[in-house]
Design a binder for this molecule. Sequence first.
Ligand code: SF4
Length: 76
Amino acid sequence: MVVVTLQRNKCIGCNYCVELAPEHFRMSKKDGKSVLLHAVEKKGFYTLKSPDNAIYEECDQAAKACPVKIITTKLL
Ligand code: SF4
């Protein structure tokens, strides 16, 4: 199981996560911030839980590249 979180309100719209993990992140045309696809929102944190461990690597690359460090990844 892979768990990815995004603290969306702090996103500065740099697009790195979209470049590194395009299947999981998109830029919103509305507010220019990143959207974590298929995520559930709770108190400003968006969480994606996936049974597909293969997505961990690219989501983790996105987390490491994020300049404001608002993406976390966990492999459970
Ligand atoms: S890498 Fe971080 S700051 Fe840049 S668009 Fe993605 S979430 Fe936002």
